[in-house]
Design a protein around this ligand. Structure first.
Ligand code: SF4
Length: 893
């Protein structure tokens, strides 16, 4: 059953109830008003809704003005029925403000009434220099002590006894499925000094997007409206973006920064708890992270409180602003912003922080009756699932095995029976997990798991969790109990801390830096969490493939989560409304099936608006033939032919003479781009192109992208224009704005289907093929070899051929989402214009002749104007010539 697309029209009684969105800083276009009205209505109604609005149509601003207006109206309605109505501001009415601003109320009159003026930091009077100095001094003393490596200090790594009765009672409370990542960290610790937090939870809007820069962009838009002053806002970011401890920051890598930060808190916490609880259960020793932390930026709780008070008095700030305030005050903005969250009305945060239950819990986020807006939701199902994947490499398993053995060697006689038993169990598990990665051991493949007995030294196999545990003879281990032990005993930090200390004392200064022991242990505990999921939630992939990635030689074990329904239902159940917004959200039926299959199609509210640009600013053409009449076919079997590459070269030689300014060409992969570039270089096509425009190629390394883009921009501004050879899924295809002259023509070469050599993709296809379809999910349906996959493309095609509908549909959707994402780089605002060339005969096929046609998955604003069939390249040339002539820009000479 397809979800009904809903267009705004005046005959719809719902649509006629239009709201005023006076906070919108410009005269809104009609589609913006329609979008805001639809969102407002969906928020009133609650439940799950999807809103699609093309990039460049002011989506963020529309979300802000509608959702925050709704928040204020909702609070006002609530307060009108009560008595504690408080007028915001200093009592002076501003006549220029609309009524709803003047009447703006907050739920608790004890809270600080904010004003627009930026207050001076009350805390600057503190001697920041002195604090920094004191903090560093303490840190140095501690490090010196640690480096001295005296025997007494080793006691800090000794585990407290783990009492079995306690373990029984605690594990019984943990027998529920383990829902999230497993971190034995201070992130889980509550700060019971911050009692005011619990008093401040009220109706909130949670806005999340994927990247840090998207969140910053959102705050920029927010600052264009009055809400930046009127609403209490906080951004939550990662430690990588918010940490101000230079010693920690210089570690560079996200994982290491997180670990070091937690480590700084944990070690001190452990010491304190040890002193407090010597001889007693370690769980009694949870202490406040802030007051005992060895990070000087988190030592004074009072500064954290002052930070919170400061943020609540300021207008909306992005991550950079928060970091600056943290630096000025000498207190950690990462933890400081978390303190602000309970009092904030708008919380801006990355996907990961909101969609993971454990992360929500550690941040203390309560979604109850609030609104969750997930922007850039075009790949939400895959993003959500990948957050719950777990992976451990052979090198990591070997590392933790040797750390535990070394720890046992040192402390065995000092440990109690409970600890010894659990540590032995961990070793049994680690040795078992190493077995399938040992390429010399064929037993797993041939005997235990029932996998093919023929020798296959490299490649991957996949299996259900229970089969995997059974094949390794570890199905009798109670993983839930073991996880409870790992969390409560703090063994990860004890063993990795001891291991790192030993390694430091023995370290050859010339030796390369070792991998972090803590990250190996975290990968292990994540894998245990994954193995405790329901059997049908995901698959285990064992890859023995040699890898050139450091630390991955010898292969890895990976858990791939396949169903996100349960994960997403937790969010939907708690929140009043969940909004998925994006430039292109099609196909919405697939999203519904994967994220909220329990929701009947007719209860999913959907709104889609057209583009802000007039049709005459757009020229989308399906190009089926090249200048010499050759039909374009960039399918896997034909794309490497010399004829095809030559024909594409002829097309490009024509385009660079016809299109002004910038042209971006998207290839399906870096490999194919290189193949084409090499062939054009040999045939002289490249020289012909470069006579007309400068040529740039998207670099593989992210760090080089900026310089290439700078050169491309300069060439467009100062010369005859430029061509960028880019790759679908690369840096250029997502998140970069190619407005105006930066892209007057975007060329999509072929259909960029993902490689069928990817075993994870095949698992997803197989899973989706079975979703809710009793025929295809029958056990008798064999999709090639169900467990072993050697990684060759042909076998992948066999899997796809075995699918009847949903699997194929999903595969095609992946391709077209990538196309839409790439071609969406052009046309970024109302006055922009661009040609869009879809170069492959498959785009040009008559869509009425096939049930599922790639072009049918284009965004509506492109699909409605796509020129499907031309008599030949001559028509394409004529159409483009007229288009650019009409735009009065003339040819690039
Ligand atoms: S507490 Fe804050 S400043 Fe200190 S290491 Fe952690 S994130 Fe960095």
């Amino acid at each position: 059953m397809a979800v009904q697309e809903k267009a705004e029209n005046e005959s719809d009684p719902e649509v006629t109830q239009k709201q005023e969105f006076s906070a919108f800083p410009y005269d809104p276009y009609s589609i913006q008003t329609d979008f805001m009205n639809a969102l407002y209505r969906f928020l009133d109604k609650g439940g799950v809704s999807m809103l699609e609005s093309p990039t460049g149509t002011g989506k963020s601003l529309s979300i802000i003005c509608s959702a925050l207006q709704w928040l204020i109206d909702r609070k006002e309605r609530g307060n009108n029925s009560g008595s504690n109505k408080v007028v915001v501001d200093d009592g002076k009415e501003d006549e220029s403000e609309p009524d709803w601003i003047r009447n703006f109320t907050v739920t608790d009159d004890k809270k600080t009434i904010r004003n627009n003026s930026k207050s001076q930091f009350r805390l600057r009077k503190h001697s920041k220099e002195k604090r920094d100095f004191d903090g560093r001094k303490e840190e140095e003393v501690y490090v010196r002590k640690q480096e001295a490596g005296d025997e007494a200090n080793e006691q800090e790594f000794l585990l407290d006894e783990y009492e079995s009765e306690e373990e029984e009672s605690s594990s019984s409370s943990k027998r529920k499925p383990v829902g999230g990542r497993f971190y034995s960290s201070s992130e889980d610790e509550e700060d019971d000094d911050d009692k005011e937090c619990s008093e401040e939870d009220g109706l909130k809007v949670f806005y999340c997007s994927r990247t840090h820069s998207q969140l910053s962009q959102f705050v920029k838009e927010l600052k264009k409206t009055v809400f930046a002053q009127k609403i209490k806002v906080v951004c939550l970011g990662s430690r990588k973006n918010m940490c101000i401890n230079e010693d920690v920051l210089k570690l560079g890598n996200v994982g290491r920064i997180n670990e070091r930060c937690l480590d700084l808190q944990k070690k001190k916490t452990s010491q304190v708890s040890k002193k407090k609880n010597l001889g007693t259960n370690v769980r009694g020793g949870r202490t406040k992270a802030s007051s005992s932390c060895r990070c000087p930026m988190l030592r004074k709780l009072s500064l954290q409180r002052d930070f919170k008070a400061e943020i609540l008095q300021q207008e909306a700030m992005d991550i950079e602003d928060l970091v600056q305030i943290g630096r000025d005050m000498g207190t950690c903005p990462y933890y400081g912003s978390r303190r602000v969250a309970p009092a904030a009305e708008l919380i801006i945060l990355p996907y990961q922080s909101l969609l993971s239950k454990s992360s929500r819990e550690s941040l203390g986020l309560n979604l109850k009756n609030s609104v969750v807006i997930i922007d850039e939701a075009h790949n939400l199902a895959d993003t959500l699932l990948s957050m719950h994947d777990a992976k451990i490499t052979m090198a990591q398993l070997v590392d933790i095995q040797s750390s535990i053995e070394s720890y046992l060697g040192r402390f065995k006689n000092l440990l109690g029976a409970g600890n010894r038993r659990y540590i032995q169990t961990m070793l049994i598990l680690i040795r078992a997990l190493l077995k399938p990665l040992d390429t010399s051991d064929r037993n797993l493949n041939s005997v235990n798991s029932g996998l093919p007995s023929k020798s296959k030294p490299c490649g991957g196999c996949s299996m259900a969790i229970y089969d995997f545990l059974f094949s390794l003879n570890i199905d009798n281990i109670n993983l839930v109990k073991l996880l409870a032990y790992i969390k409560q005993s703090n063994i990860i930090h004890k063993v990795s801390g001891y291991g790192e200390r030993v390694a430091m004392l023995q370290k050859d200064p010339a030796a390369p830096e070792e991998m972090s022991k803590l990250s190996s242990f975290r990968a292990f505990s994540d894998m245990l969490v994954a193995l405790s999921h329901n059997n049908g939630d995901g698959r285990i992939i064992v890859s023995k493939m040699d890898s050139s990635t450091p630390g991955q030689q010898g292969g890895y074990i990976k858990y791939v989560m396949l169903t996100g329904a349960k994960l997403f239902s937790e969010v939907v159940e708690e929140a009043h409304a969940v909004i998925l917004a994006g430039g292109t959200l099609q196909p919405i039926e697939e999203t519904r099936e994967r994220l909220f299959p329990w929701l009947p199609s007719n209860q999913l509210q959907f709104f889609s608006c057209s583009h802000i640009v007039p049709p005459e600013s757009l020229m989308p053409i399906a190009v089926s033939h090249g200048p010499s009449g050759q039909s374009f076919d960039f399918s896997h079997s034909s794309r490497s032919s010399a004829k095809m590459i030559q024909e594409l070269g002829l097309l490009m030689s024509n385009l660079v003479a016809l299109v002004p300014e910038g042209v971006i060409v998207f290839f399906s992969s870096f490999e194919y781009e290189t193949q084409v570039h090499t062939a054009w270089s040999k045939s002289g096509i490249l020289t012909r192109i470069m006579k007309k425009k400068r040529l740039f190629r998207e670099p593989r390394r992210n760090t080089e992208v900026e310089a290439v883009l700078r050169g491309y921009k300069e060439a467009i501004e100062s010369e005859r224009g430029a061509v960028m050879l880019a790759v679908v899924g690369g840096k250029v295809s997502e998140g970069i704005n190619f407005s105006d002259g930066m892209c007057r023509c975007v060329v999509m070469v072929g259909l960029p289907y993902p490689s069928l050599s990817d075993i994870e993709l095949l698992e997803r296809i197989k899973h989706i093929e079975g979703l809710g379809d009793s025929e295809s999910s029958k056990p008798g349906m064999t999709l090639v070899d169900d467990s072993y996959y050697s990684g060759d493309v042909q076998a992948g095609f066999e899997v796809l051929k075995s699918c009847r509908r949903r699997g194929k549909e999903y595969y095609e959707n992946l391709c077209m989402k990538a196309v839409n994402q790439s071609i969406g780089r052009a046309i970024r605002h109302a006055k922009d214009y661009s040609a869009i060339l879809l170069v492959d005969a498959r785009y040009a096929n008559d869509p009425s002749k096939r049930a599922s046609h790639p072009s049918s998955k284009l965004p509506k604003w492109i699909k409605d104007h796509l020129i499907y069939s031309t008599k030949g390249y001559g028509d394409v040339h004529r159409l483009l010539h007229q288009f650019f002539k009409h735009k009065n820009v003339g040819k690039s000479s």
